[in-house]
Design a protein around this ligand. Structure first.
Ligand code: 7PJ
Length: 282
């Protein structure tokens, strides 16, 4: 299986890819004043690369439940300088975590190779036309609702079946919009319009999602459902729970892990891969 992302390509089976999270919002990397520091973001990116990150995911809009939307111009102002500097310095593909086609376009022009789209469930194809034009990699993440509304009352008859059907439908729709299957990665969107029970059902059904013949990406790092189950209150306290999810996901065939704690996630992946070296390969 091949994943093409701009000028980059990955062939699977291969060791699990770890995507390091680089948030470029004013509350991360503030220089103490009101301005976000590009230098601090580059320093953090360098640290994640030294820890073994295979991809860097740059995001300028918080998608925490209830977070206020950020205008496109402001999001571009946050992510583009960082992406431009990174693209000039690093070898790994850079993804932009955005829901907005205009931000995706600006990021791709600045040197990003992947669009990480948490709003892949939308109906219009403006984002997909941008992805098709640049032949970018594309992460199609499942979300019920929007970040503003998604945790109000998430409801599914069968969450794993609905997410699975979403993936099949999206692959067909993307193809019609000019995005080839080989550009696409699928993501069940843990925490995006899901209760704790929904998240656990999805984590138990990962094997099923791998059957679409595309890489599956999983984001569990520091997420609140781990706290809800275990009582771990702060994001940092949730690392052991996230690593347990990561190891089981690798066992089930997930090929990309999105994580803040890169060194620890890489180690968990290497252990899970070593144990299952003779298991089924995607
Ligand atoms: C995810 C994401 C995820 C993808 C965020 C957080 C919330 N993109 N962006 N998958 N989560 N593809 O990191 O807690 O799970 S932002």
């Amino acid at each position: 299986m091949l994943w093409r992302a701009g000028r980059h390509e990955f062939r699977f089976p291969r060791p699990t890819l770890v995507m390091g999270v680089l948030n470029v919002t004013p509350d991360s990397f503030s220089d103490g004043g009101q301005f976000f520091s590009v230098e601090a973001a580059l320093e953090r990116a360098g640290q994640m690369l030294r820890e073994g990150a295979d991809l860097l995911d740059v995001g300028g809009e918080s998608t925490r439940p209830g977070a206020a939307p950020v205008p496109a111009e402001e999001e571009i102002r946050r992510v583009v300088p960082v992406i431009r500097q990174l693209a000039a310095r690093v070898q790994v593909p850079i993804s932009v975590d955005t829901q907005k086609p205009e931000v995706a376009r600006a990021a791709l022009l600045a040197g990003a190779g992947i669009v990480n789209d948490i709003a892949a469930s939308r109906d219009d194809d403006a984002m997909w036309r941008v992805v098709a034009e640049f032949r970018a990699g594309y992460v199609a993440m499942h979300m019920q609702g929007t970040p503003q509304t998604m945790q109000q009352n998430p409801a599914y008859a069968d969450v794993a079946r609905e997410v699975d059907e979403f993936f099949a439908g999206r692959l067909a729709r993307l193809e019609r919009a000019g995005v080839r299957g080989e550009q696409v990665v699928l993501d069940p969107g843990i925490g995006f319009g899901k209760t704790l029970e929904h998240n656990l059902q999805l984590l138990g059904a990962l094997k099923r999602f791998v059957r679409h013949g595309r890489p599956v990406l999983l984001g569990v790092s520091r997420k609140s459902f781990i706290g809800r189950l275990t009582g771990a209150e702060t994001p940092a306290e949730r690392l052991p729970g996230a690593l347990a999810c990561a190891a089981l996901a690798v066992r089930d065939g997930v090929q990309i892990l999105r994580a803040h704690d890169v060194r620890e996630t890489v180690q968990a992946a290497r252990m899970a891969e070593a144990i299952h070296a003779d298991g089924p390969k995607q």
